[in-house]
Write a protein that binds this ligand. Structure first.
Ligand code: UTP
Length: 284
């Protein structure tokens, strides 16, 4: 039922400077593939067939990455590197890709608005590539299933500590079932004193198309950015929004330390690195 996804990837990645001075944060390598590929594969495993990446100047390496590479493919074929050849071809056929430019980094809400014409009148998924989710059922599929049941927008929630209330949007919840909460209100990075709960909003969403009208009505914040949290608050005035406490593990790879943790954990899960890396870490 949800067949389209939007991956906003037009930001400056300032937390990652200088690495992101001349390359997209979304193309930074985690073990052996770029950050954005984790979101793309999660979407595809969840039944998404078409993906719009919101991009900006200087980030065309993402377009090349998900395109065919005839010279490289020919080279690998001539060298008999068939496994690599298959993998390279697989990446370009993961989904149907669209690239939409956000001309100025005016915030996540504004980035999502750039996909309005692409989305048309269907519910759609949004995946922030900074977040890597390791879940037995893909995180966005968990949300899509809730959308199918409740026919309303769903955002992913995680339990956060005091530090987390300074980093994430926090919801005022009305519990519906073990993992589903109706969102009564929300506030961006309130800090521990003003937080309604310990339920933080992470980087996966399924939206009904009415979110676009809400974004259009959203005023820019103090920094001049249109925040998706503010748009969701407006959406709440016209229709219910639910939060889903996902099952699995999430890495905040948009942050330098979170990125290092993700790299170590995901490398430890790979049979070819696991034992040597474990031994190496013990020696430190
Ligand atoms: P972030 O805030 O994590 O990314 O936004 P950022 O702005 O690139 O990074 P910092 O905070 O400066 O280090 C989450 C996602 O939304 C995209 C980013 O590219 C990232 O993937 N984004 C953000 C946009 O596409 N446009 C924007 O205006 C802002």
């Amino acid at each position: 039922m949800v067949k389209k996804a939007v991956i906003p990837a037009a930001g400056f990645g300032t937390r990652f400077l200088p690495a992101t001075k001349s390359q997209p944060k979304e193309m930074l390598n985690v073990v052996d593939k770029p950050l954005i590929q984790y979101s793309v594969e999660e979407a595809v495993l969840s039944g998404i067939e078409s993906i719009a990446v919101i991009t900006s100047r200087g980030k065309s390496s993402m377009e090349d990455y998900f395109d065919r590479s005839p010279e490289l493919e020919q080279f690998l074929e001539e060298k008999g590197k068939i496994d690599l050849l298959e993998e390279i071809k697989r990446i370009s056929s993961l989904a149907e890709f669209y690239f939409v430019r956000q001309k100025k980094a005016l915030g996540l809400g504004h980035a999502i608005l750039q996909a309005k014409n692409y989305v048309g009148r269907e519910p759609f998924a949004v995946l922030l590539p900074d977040d890597i989710f390791e879940c037995s059922k893909p995180c966005i599929k968990q949300l899509i299933d809730v959308y199918s049941e409740l026919k309303a927008s769903v955002i992913v929630l995680g339990r956060v500590d005091e530090e987390g209330t300074k980093k994430y949007g926090i919801i005022k919840p009305k519990q519906i079932s073990e993992r589903i909460f109706q969102v009564e209100d929300m506030v961006e990075k309130p800090g521990p004193e003003k937080a309604f709960s310990d339920l933080g909003i992470l980087g996966r969403y399924v939206f009904s198309t009415e979110i676009f009208d809400a974004i259009k009505k959203t005023e820019p914040d103090k920094r001049g950015e249109i925040q998706i949290t503010d748009a969701i608050r407006l959406l709440l005035e016209t229709q219910p929004v639910y939060g889903y406490l996902f099952e699995g593990k999430r890495y905040d790879a948009g942050d330098k330390l979170g990125f290092i943790e993700a790299t170590i954990d995901l490398a430890l899960k790979r049979p070819e690195f696991s034992q040597r890396l474990r031994e190496y870490l013990k020696e430190l």
